[in-house]
Design a protein around this ligand. Structure first.
Ligand code: NAD
Length: 243
């Protein structure tokens, strides 16, 4: 993709899928801000791509506003945003799920995406446009036993994507979501190795996805090649949802 001269930010970019997105956007020519609650990890990634590390807690609107302001001030604007930070938890049936876990997941995966969208849109509408990609999941469209909070948060992320896309199309801002299948990262280690092996086989391609396979799709949506794409969810799931 040709992202020369663009400024991008990626949340949750200190490792895994977010890191792969930051590396891909930088390789395609963008100047990239690496945002994460893990300041050390963000610095490690940023320094390896000549990017900018910014610590942020996406659950805190003031922290998000400050981080986006820092990106604009240090990199001169904002054209692309990838709202990727997300968490999961140990599994529990809906009837047994405690309040603390429910809130912790919703506050990062749902509230966090809203805080980021609001701050990013505030900058992009002034500049006449931009492209935003939210990290959804196959669990935006289907359930997974024992993970109702995560499933709910990812379903909600699609609502945020569609709502923001409709609200801000006239501002030249495209908003889409990428929905990965199970990707080989520490996030899925809440499952046992046996469960991970079994879940890999539920993808028709017969394996887990790799972080770079997600980043490719994100970079396409971020670029002008996707100029007519907005308000949609794009699966990169080894066929998981086709079954
Ligand atoms: N791994 C998968 O199988 C998979 C599948 C579909 C969707 N996803 C989604 O992709 C995204 C990235 O997942 P991953 O597998 O790379 O996870 P990961 O746990 O490896 O990385 C998540 C990153 O988000 C950061 N983060 C967590 N809370 C934060 C907060 N409050 N503020 C800022 N940063 C925060 C973490 O520090 C970490 O660097 C998540 O939204 C996840 O739901 C993952």
């Amino acid at each position: 993709m040709d992202l020369d001269g663009r400024v991008a930010l990626v949340t949750g970019a200190a490792r895994s899928i977010g890191e792969a997105c930051a590396r891909k956007l930088a390789a395609d020519g963008a100047r990239v801000a690496v945002l994460d609650i893990d300041a050390e990890g963000a610095e490690r990634v940023a320094s390896s791509i000549d990017g900018l590390a910014v610590q942020v807690d996406v659950t805190d609107p003031a922290s998000v506003d400050a981080a986006v302001a820092t990106v604009v001030e240090r990199l001169g604007g904002l054209d692309i945003a990838v709202n990727n930070a997300g968490v999961t938890s140990e599994g529990a049936l809906t009837g047994d799920l405690d309040e603390e876990t429910w809130r912790a997941i919703l506050s990062v995966n749902l509230d966090g995406v809203f805080h980021c969208l609001r701050a990013e849109i505030g900058v992009m509408r002034e500049r006449g446009g931009g492209s935003i990609v939210n990290m959804a999941s196959i669990l935006s469209a289907a359930a997974f036993r024992n993970h109702v909070a995560y499933t709910t948060s990812k379903h909600g992320g699609v609502g945020l994507t569609r709502g923001a896309a409709v609200d801000h199309a006239a501002d030249g801002i495209r908003v889409n979501a990428v929905a990965p299948g199970f990707i080989r990262t520490p996030l899925i280690e809440v499952l046992s190795p046996e469960e991970i092996d079994a879940v890999a086989l539920t993808h028709p391609l017969g394996r887990l996805g790799e972080v770079d396979e997600v980043a490719e799709l994100v970079a396409w949506l971020a670029s002008d090649a996707a100029s007519f794409a907005t308000g949609s969810v794009y699966n990169v799931d080894g066929g998981y949802l086709a079954v």
